[in-house]
Design a binder for this molecule. Structure first.
Ligand SMILES: [Zn+2]
Ligand SMILES: [Zn+2]
Length: 176
């Protein structure tokens, strides 16, 4: 089969789409919550601004996809299929993460049932921990069952510790 025929190119794009979930999971867990925390931190803090430093990650991925499209335009259809897969993932990521979870669009829609609800709840649990360490659920399009994530969070005890630390801080600020 000709590797540049349409069915093969479509299969490559779909494959890349799913591989990207793994890439995003690993980047989120090991880069963004690792040495890249400097940019990602902004996403784990409350703020009123429209943009966060964390959006730079989306910019980096966009530049990567655009570069691949440019290469594809010079007669490399397989590279083009990879670029399409990455772009589709970016689109779904934007809809699920920035849209459904963080409501960064001008209309309100919160899924109340099905898999979309599970995705939203799982990512909310990712944000349940304040700091860089001890977080759960690093994926975006696949989420483990919410009960499992809650149990994992409880067993780590990070949320409880943070709450206790906050309480201690406010007690310091307002001595009775
Ligand atoms: Zn995170
Ligand atoms: Zn988030």
């Amino acid at each position: 089969m000709d590797p540049t025929s349409w069915p093969v190119l479509i299969a490559i794009a779909i494959g890349v789409f799913f591989v990207m979930e793994w890439v995003a999971w690993a980047a989120h867990k090991y880069i963004m919550h690792g040495f890249g925390w400097g940019w990602h931190k902004s996403h784990h803090e409350e703020h009123d601004e429209l943009f966060e430093k964390n959006d730079l990650y989306a910019v980096v991925f966009s530049i990567l996809a655009i570069s691949l499209f440019v290469i594809a335009a010079f007669g490399h259809p397989i590279v083009g299929a990879i670029a399409v897969g990455i772009t589709l993932y970016g689109l779904f990521y934007f809809i699920v993460h920035d849209g459904l979870v963080h409501q960064r669009w001008p209309f309100r829609h919160i899924p109340h049932k099905g898999y979309a609800k599970r995705l939203v709840q799982a990512h909310r649990l990712h944000h349940a921990v304040e700091g860089k360490d001890g977080c759960v659920s690093f994926g975006f399009l696949y989420a483990p069952p919410v009960d499992k994530l809650s149990a994992e969070l409880r067993s780590r005890g990070t949320v409880g510790e943070e709450k206790a630390a906050r309480k201690a801080k406010t007690a310091d600020a307002h001595p009775l």
